[in-house]
Design a protein around this ligand. Structure first.
Ligand SMILES: C[S@@+](CC[C@H](N)C(=O)[O-])C[C@H]1O[C@@H](n2cnc3c(N)ncnc32)[C@H](O)[C@@H]1O
Length: 208
């Protein structure tokens, strides 16, 4: 399957079992397809924002880490206390080969996460909150496992933001005092070379 069809095939996924199986199948070619065919710049953008806000000794969860592109960039910037989670074991197996994560955990966002309250100083996520992927309800658990004062820095695909409950969930977490907004980036195209046309923004929230 060519790279463009692969991305459309991923977006058309109907449930977590299918999504996990598709990412398992894609894992070995994911980086070639995204970087060569599409010039995937999401991880660079997200880590740039992250590095402007988070101290180097922070205990960090890479949320939906995939093959570890974000972790690799964070390691290059001097971060070393990194945990990865993802629903696809195939993607996590690729991430393990990067040798930058102390732990890698198969877990499903949108379901209860097997971490204690306040486990992490910060969470980072790139490309995970998008059409057919992790739901807005994921953030109920993410604000639980990041300590008060810690940061969540993540991209959201803008169609998903407007139409699948992210906008409402973010407002609800602000209104209930679970987090406060710190910054929102300008919109940008994380796959500037490719179709379908995709736009992201990066949100930064401080957990309370
Ligand atoms: C486009 S990839 C991004 C991977 C990596 N963060 C990057 O920047 O290259 C999306 C990742 O999110 C994971 N994912 C999607 N839905 C998820 C869910 N509900 N729970 C956990 N991981 C999920 C997929 O398995 C996949 O590895």
């Amino acid at each position: 399957m060519d790279a463009k069809k692969r991305v459309e095939w991923i977006y058309r996924t109907k449930n977590n079992e299918q999504l996990s199986a598709r990412y398992d199948e894609w894992a070995k070619n994911y980086e070639n397809d995204l970087e060569e065919a599409f010039n995937w710049i999401g991880p660079e953008r997200v880590t740039e924002v992250f590095a402007a806000h988070v101290a180097k000794d922070a205990h960090i969860l890479d949320i939906g880490a995939g093959t570890g592109l974000v972790g690799m960039l964070l390691a290059k910037r001097g971060y070393s206390n990194l945990t990865a989670n993802d629903l696809s074991q195939g993607m996590l197996d690729e991430a393990r080969r990067k040798n930058v994560y102390l732990e890698l955990n198969a877990m499903v966002l949108g379901e209860p996460l097997d971490y204690k309250d306040d486990t992490f100083d910060a969470g980072v996520s790139c490309g995970v909150f998008t059409v057919g992927h992790a739901p807005a309800s994921s953030f109920d658990e993410l604000v639980r496992i990041i300590r008060p004062g810690g940061l969540l820095i993540f991209s959201v695909q803008l169609v998903a933001y407007e139409t699948t409950g992210f906008k409402e969930k973010f407002a609800e977490l602000s209104a209930s005092g679970k987090w406060e907004g710190v910054a929102v980036s300008d919109k940008y195209q994380p796959i500037p070379k490719g179709e379908p046309e995709v736009w992201h923004r990066i949100w930064t929230y401080r957990v309370r």
